[in-house]
Ligand binder design. Structure first.
Ligand code: NAG
Ligand code: CU
Length: 231
Protein backbone atom coordinates (compact mmCIF):
# COMPACT_ATOMS: atom_id res chain seq x y z
CA UNK A 1 0.00 0.00 0.00
CA UNK A 2 2.86 2.26 0.81
CA UNK A 3 4.20 2.12 -2.73
CA UNK A 4 0.69 2.57 -4.14
CA UNK A 5 0.23 5.75 -2.09
CA UNK A 6 3.58 7.04 -3.25
CA UNK A 7 2.64 6.30 -6.85
CA UNK A 8 -0.75 7.97 -6.47
CA UNK A 9 0.85 11.01 -4.88
CA UNK A 10 3.44 11.17 -7.62
CA UNK A 11 0.76 10.92 -10.28
CA UNK A 12 -1.44 13.60 -8.77
CA UNK A 13 1.58 15.90 -8.51
CA UNK A 14 2.35 15.29 -12.17
CA UNK A 15 -1.24 15.92 -13.19
CA UNK A 16 -1.61 19.09 -11.19
CA UNK A 17 1.67 20.41 -12.59
CA UNK A 18 0.81 19.66 -16.19
CA UNK A 19 -2.72 21.05 -15.94
CA UNK A 20 -1.68 24.20 -14.17
CA UNK A 21 0.49 26.09 -16.61
CA UNK A 22 -0.38 29.28 -18.37
CA UNK A 23 -0.89 29.78 -22.10
CA UNK A 24 -0.67 33.21 -23.75
CA UNK A 25 -3.73 33.01 -25.93
CA UNK A 26 -5.54 36.35 -26.19
CA UNK A 27 -4.68 39.76 -27.58
CA UNK A 28 -6.07 43.09 -26.40
CA UNK A 29 -5.75 45.92 -28.91
CA UNK A 30 -7.62 49.21 -29.26
CA UNK A 31 -9.62 48.47 -26.12
CA UNK A 32 -10.92 45.12 -27.40
CA UNK A 33 -10.04 41.80 -25.80
CA UNK A 34 -10.19 39.36 -28.72
CA UNK A 35 -11.20 35.70 -28.43
CA UNK A 36 -8.76 32.92 -27.70
CA UNK A 37 -6.48 32.23 -30.68
CA UNK A 38 -8.11 34.76 -32.99
CA UNK A 39 -4.78 36.48 -33.68
CA UNK A 40 -2.48 34.20 -31.67
CA UNK A 41 -1.33 30.88 -33.11
CA UNK A 42 -2.64 27.93 -31.10
CA UNK A 43 -0.19 25.38 -29.73
CA UNK A 44 -0.62 21.60 -29.59
CA UNK A 45 1.34 20.86 -26.40
CA UNK A 46 -1.46 22.05 -24.12
CA UNK A 47 0.27 24.05 -21.40
CA UNK A 48 3.66 22.33 -21.48
CA UNK A 49 6.82 24.38 -21.87
CA UNK A 50 9.48 24.10 -24.56
CA UNK A 51 12.83 23.21 -22.98
CA UNK A 52 15.04 22.26 -25.95
CA UNK A 53 17.29 25.23 -26.79
CA UNK A 54 17.89 23.85 -30.30
CA UNK A 55 14.25 23.29 -31.25
CA UNK A 56 12.34 25.31 -33.84
CA UNK A 57 9.43 25.10 -31.38
CA UNK A 58 11.22 27.85 -29.43
CA UNK A 59 9.93 30.28 -32.07
CA UNK A 60 6.15 29.98 -31.74
CA UNK A 61 5.64 26.90 -29.54
CA UNK A 62 4.76 23.34 -30.54
CA UNK A 63 2.14 23.41 -33.29
CA UNK A 64 2.72 27.11 -33.97
CA UNK A 65 5.14 26.70 -36.85
CA UNK A 66 2.77 28.55 -39.17
CA UNK A 67 -0.59 30.20 -38.61
CA UNK A 68 -2.70 29.41 -41.62
CA UNK A 69 -5.83 29.09 -39.44
CA UNK A 70 -5.01 32.24 -37.47
CA UNK A 71 -6.06 35.76 -38.43
CA UNK A 72 -3.69 38.70 -38.75
CA UNK A 73 -4.61 41.98 -37.06
CA UNK A 74 -3.86 45.43 -38.44
CA UNK A 75 -2.19 47.64 -35.81
CA UNK A 76 -0.51 51.05 -35.75
CA UNK A 77 3.11 51.61 -34.84
CA UNK A 78 3.22 53.32 -31.43
CA UNK A 79 -0.05 51.77 -30.19
CA UNK A 80 -0.40 49.80 -26.98
CA UNK A 81 -1.42 46.16 -26.76
CA UNK A 82 -1.73 43.47 -24.12
CA UNK A 83 -1.15 39.75 -24.21
CA UNK A 84 -3.39 37.74 -21.91
CA UNK A 85 -2.80 34.27 -20.51
CA UNK A 86 -5.54 31.83 -19.45
CA UNK A 87 -4.25 31.96 -15.88
CA UNK A 88 -1.64 34.20 -14.27
CA UNK A 89 2.02 33.32 -14.76
CA UNK A 90 3.27 31.81 -11.51
CA UNK A 91 6.75 30.39 -12.09
CA UNK A 92 9.45 32.96 -11.39
CA UNK A 93 11.27 34.26 -14.45
CA UNK A 94 11.42 37.09 -16.97
CA UNK A 95 8.91 37.95 -19.69
CA UNK A 96 10.27 39.14 -23.03
CA UNK A 97 8.49 40.39 -26.14
CA UNK A 98 10.09 39.81 -29.52
CA UNK A 99 9.08 40.68 -33.06
CA UNK A 100 10.15 39.35 -36.46
CA UNK A 101 9.62 41.15 -39.77
CA UNK A 102 8.08 38.79 -42.27
CA UNK A 103 10.26 38.51 -45.42
CA UNK A 104 8.81 40.19 -48.48
CA UNK A 105 6.72 37.79 -50.51
CA UNK A 106 5.47 36.02 -47.40
CA UNK A 107 2.72 36.78 -44.87
CA UNK A 108 2.45 36.74 -41.10
CA UNK A 109 0.26 33.63 -41.37
CA UNK A 110 2.71 31.76 -43.59
CA UNK A 111 6.02 32.78 -42.00
CA UNK A 112 7.77 30.18 -39.84
CA UNK A 113 10.09 32.62 -38.04
CA UNK A 114 13.26 31.14 -39.54
CA UNK A 115 16.41 33.16 -40.10
CA UNK A 116 18.11 36.01 -38.30
CA UNK A 117 14.91 38.04 -38.07
CA UNK A 118 14.02 38.40 -34.37
CA UNK A 119 14.50 41.51 -32.27
CA UNK A 120 13.39 42.30 -28.76
CA UNK A 121 10.98 45.10 -27.94
CA UNK A 122 10.66 44.62 -24.18
CA UNK A 123 12.06 42.77 -21.18
CA UNK A 124 10.22 42.47 -17.89
CA UNK A 125 12.78 41.30 -15.37
CA UNK A 126 12.80 41.25 -11.58
CA UNK A 127 13.13 44.28 -9.34
CA UNK A 128 15.35 44.16 -6.26
CA UNK A 129 14.44 46.01 -3.09
CA UNK A 130 16.94 47.76 -0.79
CA UNK A 131 17.73 44.49 1.00
CA UNK A 132 18.24 42.72 -2.32
CA UNK A 133 15.01 40.70 -2.35
CA UNK A 134 13.76 40.02 -5.85
CA UNK A 135 10.18 40.55 -7.00
CA UNK A 136 8.98 39.14 -10.32
CA UNK A 137 6.06 40.61 -12.23
CA UNK A 138 3.90 37.49 -12.37
CA UNK A 139 0.67 38.52 -14.10
CA UNK A 140 -2.11 37.26 -16.32
CA UNK A 141 -1.77 40.28 -18.61
CA UNK A 142 1.35 41.99 -19.96
CA UNK A 143 1.02 45.37 -21.63
CA UNK A 144 3.49 46.89 -24.05
CA UNK A 145 3.44 48.88 -27.27
CA UNK A 146 4.45 48.49 -30.88
CA UNK A 147 7.53 50.74 -31.20
CA UNK A 148 6.86 53.99 -33.04
CA UNK A 149 9.84 53.39 -35.30
CA UNK A 150 8.63 50.03 -36.61
CA UNK A 151 8.51 50.03 -40.41
CA UNK A 152 5.10 49.06 -41.84
CA UNK A 153 4.53 45.46 -42.85
CA UNK A 154 3.72 42.00 -41.54
CA UNK A 155 5.34 40.80 -38.31
CA UNK A 156 5.20 38.02 -35.79
CA UNK A 157 4.95 39.25 -32.20
CA UNK A 158 6.40 36.66 -29.85
CA UNK A 159 5.60 36.53 -26.13
CA UNK A 160 8.03 34.53 -24.01
CA UNK A 161 8.09 33.75 -20.31
CA UNK A 162 11.23 31.93 -19.19
CA UNK A 163 10.52 29.98 -16.00
CA UNK A 164 13.68 29.53 -13.94
CA UNK A 165 12.12 28.28 -10.70
CA UNK A 166 13.97 24.92 -10.90
CA UNK A 167 17.58 26.09 -11.02
CA UNK A 168 19.94 24.74 -13.63
CA UNK A 169 21.56 22.20 -13.87
CA UNK A 170 19.29 20.06 -11.68
CA UNK A 171 16.27 21.71 -13.29
CA UNK A 172 15.70 22.83 -16.86
CA UNK A 173 14.41 26.35 -17.56
CA UNK A 174 11.05 26.34 -19.31
CA UNK A 175 9.91 28.53 -22.18
CA UNK A 176 6.22 29.46 -22.40
CA UNK A 177 5.65 31.02 -25.81
CA UNK A 178 2.98 32.29 -28.20
CA UNK A 179 3.11 34.19 -31.48
CA UNK A 180 0.62 36.86 -32.57
CA UNK A 181 0.22 37.80 -36.25
CA UNK A 182 0.17 41.54 -36.98
CA UNK A 183 0.28 43.91 -39.92
CA UNK A 184 1.89 47.19 -38.82
CA UNK A 185 0.54 50.34 -40.47
CA UNK A 186 1.55 54.00 -40.04
CA UNK A 187 5.04 52.66 -39.58
CA UNK A 188 8.22 54.53 -38.75
CA UNK A 189 11.64 54.58 -40.32
CA UNK A 190 13.55 52.69 -37.63
CA UNK A 191 15.98 49.83 -38.06
CA UNK A 192 15.00 47.13 -35.59
CA UNK A 193 17.84 45.17 -34.02
CA UNK A 194 20.04 43.56 -32.98
CA UNK A 195 18.61 40.65 -34.99
CA UNK A 196 18.95 37.08 -33.74
CA UNK A 197 17.86 33.62 -34.81
CA UNK A 198 15.56 31.45 -32.76
CA UNK A 199 16.73 28.86 -31.90
CA UNK A 200 20.24 30.24 -31.42
CA UNK A 201 19.50 33.28 -29.28
CA UNK A 202 19.61 31.35 -26.01
CA UNK A 203 22.45 29.33 -24.55
CA UNK A 204 22.79 27.08 -21.53
CA UNK A 205 25.65 29.32 -20.44
CA UNK A 206 23.55 32.52 -20.28
CA UNK A 207 23.68 33.84 -16.69
CA UNK A 208 19.95 34.52 -16.90
CA UNK A 209 19.42 30.85 -17.75
CA UNK A 210 21.79 29.21 -15.26
CA UNK A 211 21.24 31.48 -12.24
CA UNK A 212 19.96 30.04 -8.96
CA UNK A 213 17.32 32.55 -7.85
CA UNK A 214 17.27 31.11 -4.32
CA UNK A 215 20.97 31.58 -3.62
CA UNK A 216 22.63 34.99 -3.33
CA UNK A 217 20.39 36.35 -6.07
CA UNK A 218 21.27 40.05 -6.36
CA UNK A 219 21.09 40.95 -10.05
CA UNK A 220 19.67 39.51 -13.23
CA UNK A 221 20.33 39.77 -16.95
CA UNK A 222 17.40 38.69 -19.13
CA UNK A 223 18.60 36.22 -21.83
CA UNK A 224 18.54 37.18 -25.50
CA UNK A 225 19.59 40.33 -27.35
CA UNK A 226 19.42 43.85 -25.96
CA UNK A 227 16.05 45.58 -26.34
CA UNK A 228 15.69 47.70 -29.50
CA UNK A 229 15.28 51.40 -28.68
CA UNK A 230 12.23 51.47 -30.93
CA UNK A 231 13.09 54.65 -32.81
C1 NAG B 1 25.21 39.65 -12.08
O1 NAG B 1 26.24 40.61 -12.35
C2 NAG B 1 27.53 40.04 -12.56
C3 NAG B 1 28.52 41.18 -12.68
O2 NAG B 1 28.19 42.02 -13.75
C4 NAG B 1 27.51 39.15 -13.78
O3 NAG B 1 28.77 38.54 -14.00
C5 NAG B 1 26.46 38.06 -13.59
O4 NAG B 1 26.36 37.30 -14.76
C6 NAG B 1 25.09 38.67 -13.26
N1 NAG B 1 24.17 37.61 -12.93
C7 NAG B 1 23.04 37.39 -13.60
C8 NAG B 1 22.20 36.27 -13.13
O5 NAG B 1 22.66 38.06 -14.54
CU1 CU C 1 5.43 24.07 -13.66
Amino acid sequence: MKSFTALALGLSTLISQSSGHYIFQKLTYGGTLYPVYQYIRPNTNNNSPVTDLASNDLRCNVGGGTGTGTKTISVKAGDAFSINADIAVYHQGPVSLYMAKVPSGSTAAAFDGSGKVWFKIQDIGPTFDASGNAAWQLSQTYTSKFPAGLPSGDYLLRTQQLAIHNPWPAGIPQFYISCTQVTVTNGGAGTPGPLVSIPGAFSSSDPGYTVNIYNNFKNYTVPGPTVWNGK
